[in-house]
Design a protein around this ligand. Structure first.
Ligand SMILES: C[S@@+](CC[C@H](N)C(=O)[O-])C[C@H]1O[C@@H](n2cnc3c(N)ncnc32)[C@H](O)[C@@H]1O
Length: 250
């Protein structure tokens, strides 16, 4: 089928760009190969049933398809909502400034400070997280919220040694040792700066391809409707039947 991209009522400020991500299993580096493999198939609607970062769903969206993104993890679903379903909401500087402020009328909890003390981030960083999560929850618009969560998730990941949450290893960031791994400058860069950086990346991914795109948070077998093409990229399972995502490095 001829691509309908040329007929699309594009509403672009610039070429949409999929953001950088640090998720194990992302196919962001393989999207050209994936497109080469499917581009001659006759399809107009596509389901990315295990969407993860959204890299493949975003590829299909860029190619003018009507895309349904799905992931059973809620944080991934929020990424799909912000980057795939969302056509036009952006995190403006004004919204980002509001998210990064402390507001006298909001009652801030200290859950992260209390429960995750000395585990993943410093006390001040945990306080920033408590404040920022609470501010995000006060946003009225679900797409704005989803974009803000994307920026928050990426900020949290990039500040972690190995980009992982598998160990209580905050000390790695502060040990005075010669390092052959990791990126201390990235870990120590303030959350606020990373948040602004990833809000910009999220905005660059948002565009309208003239189709109705959808993000879902379902068991794939419960997804309603029919699709011309279904892309399935399940979690990796070892020969012992263990989810590789869950296996801790030695
Ligand atoms: C290998 S990753 C997909 C990566 C994705 N193609 C990308 O480029 O980022 C597998 C995804 O499946 C999701 N997942 C795991 N079990 C699931 C289930 N039962 N239903 C739907 N999604 C599931 C995980 O949350 C994960 O995001």
């Amino acid at each position: 089928m001829e691509s309908i991209q040329s007929q699309m009522p594009f509403n672009l400020k610039a070429e949409p760009r999929f953001p950088s991500t640090r998720f194990q299993g992302s196919k962001a580096k393989l999207v050209d190969w994936i497109w080469d493999s499917v581009k001659d198939l006759d399809f107009d609607t596509a389901l990315d049933a295990f969407g993860g970062t959204g890299a493949v769903a975003h590829l299909f969206k860029r190619k003018g398809k009507a895309v349904t993104y799905n992931d059973s993890l809620r944080f991934n679903y929020l990424i799909g909502l912000g980057l795939i379903e969302n056509d036009d909401h952006l995190l403006t500087d004004e919204k980002v400034d509001w998210l990064l402020d402390r507001h006298p009328r909001i009652n801030y909890p200290n859950i992260i400070q209390a429960v995750f003390q000395d585990i993943y981030y410093t006390h001040d960083e945990n306080a920033w997280l408590d404040q920022t999560v609470t501010n995000i929850r006060h946003l009225a618009d679900p797409y704005d919220q989803a974009l803000a969560y994307f920026a928050l998730f990426q900020s949290c990941i990039i500040k972690r040694p190995f980009n992982l949450f598998h160990r209580k290893n905050l000390y790695i960031r502060f040990n005075d040792v010669k390092r052959s791994f990791g990126n201390k400058a990235s870990w120590d860069r303030p959350f606020e700066q990373w948040f602004r950086h990833f809000a910009t990346e999220a905005n660059q991914a948002v565009f309208d391809n003239g189709r109705v795109n959808k993000a879902l948070n379902l068991d794939p077998l419960d997804i309603p409707g029919t699709f011309d093409l279904v892309y399935i990229d399940t979690p990796y399972v070892s020969s012992k039947g263990v989810g590789v995502d869950l296996t801790l490095p030695p």
